[in-house]
Design a protein around this ligand. Sequence first.
Ligand code: LFR
Length: 468
Amino acid sequence: MRTFAAVDLGASSGRVMAGRVAPGALDLTAVQRFPNEPVRAGGTLHWDILALYRGVLEGLRAAGPVDGIGIDSWAVDYGLLDASGALLGNPVHYRDARTERIAAEVAAVVPEPDLYARTGLQKLPFNTIYQLVAAAGTPQLDAARQLLMIPDLIAYWLTGEVGAELTNASTTQLLDVRSGTWATGLMETLGIRPELFPQLRRPGEVIGPVLPDTGIGPADVIAVGSHDTASAVVGVPAEGEHFAYVSCGTWSLVGVELDAPVLTEESRLANFTNEGGVDGTVRYLRNVMGLWPLQECLREWGRPALPELLRAAEGVPAFAAVVDLDDPVFLPPGDMAGRISRRAGRALDRPETVRCILDSLALAHRRAVFQAQRLSGRHVDAVHIVGGGARNELLCRLTADACGLPVLAGPVEATALGNVLVQARAAGVIGGDLSALRALLRQTQQIVRYEPRGDEAAWRAVEREVGV
Ligand code: LFR
């Protein structure tokens, strides 16, 4: 067996996992987990990037000798380097308010249909393009010589090599969806300097050996699907192509895997995105608010035990309160339970709040699964839930009911598994295309099946009521 370390940085925690791989065998163990706690300073919400890097270094040291290291994280955020290669300030969190009004400003210069035709990306207020327009004219951006996405920044510190991994670069809204190269014309139109963006690299390319002064290695850092969702989709244990996935953590990323982007006007208006996947695939999906509202409530409530709360939520009648989780009002942190009660039109207690979030999330999953099929023409006969949400039985059951399709839940660590599999393939330990990697997952990982219980009329009625 060969061992590969997966560094997976999520919005609420980071982890280093060790994946052991041989033909026909795959197992994963957690080496180290560390919190990811954003810090508001000077009126701006930042990532504590050095605390994250410390967690990465400690985790990689604790992992012992490995045959490769792969790094993935959330998307869209970046660090800026000056001419000496030093980091200019802490990366800003995508939930910071600086981008609130920027999309409209950009649309006045580049009409939204043109932007979609060029980049294929859904309009999310925090896309890198908007962050850079928001930062225009700041001394920090003026001094910058290089922009590195979060996993590329970690890889740079580990190896000294700069580059832009393709799947994460595709989330900037500055990549041409057809050619897969930087959209330099678009950058210039918006006053964004193309020289900031390093050369693109593909999942499976060796980035370089880890530097001796890190106290790690010797090992190569290998590019993986460095956007966590790209690695998670590799980690979906699906058979064939007729499946939808829900990569469910802080966000629910709901969609299908395609060979070519869908760039129709209908697709743009439904806010579906064409993100770059591993092996040239297209992740045709929509961002649904995910478990974020639940995570925020738990934080506000002083982190009570979730299993008890979920049991109590099960006892709350279905659809007692349902809200449209796509509403951007739920994006920023703070007072989440209050915002949910206000949208629901009455004060909800804790179990009712949790039930409301899960019913609403299942409804949002339903809508995205249906839309993905309609807009792409890809029929699906099962929904795979991977990531932390796969552990949430109530959510899996509700999603099966809402979609009227079987839900296959697991693996919880699909992202780290996708990360490890792409490294193992690059190192020649295993071979094959994505379907071969997924066959190995089906052979080795635990997957739980939930059958739908056929109350389509009730779901349709609540859908109408919420107006989603
Ligand atoms: C999930 C994710 C989503 C992206 C969001 C913000 O962790 O990467 O795919 O839209 O975070 O970066």
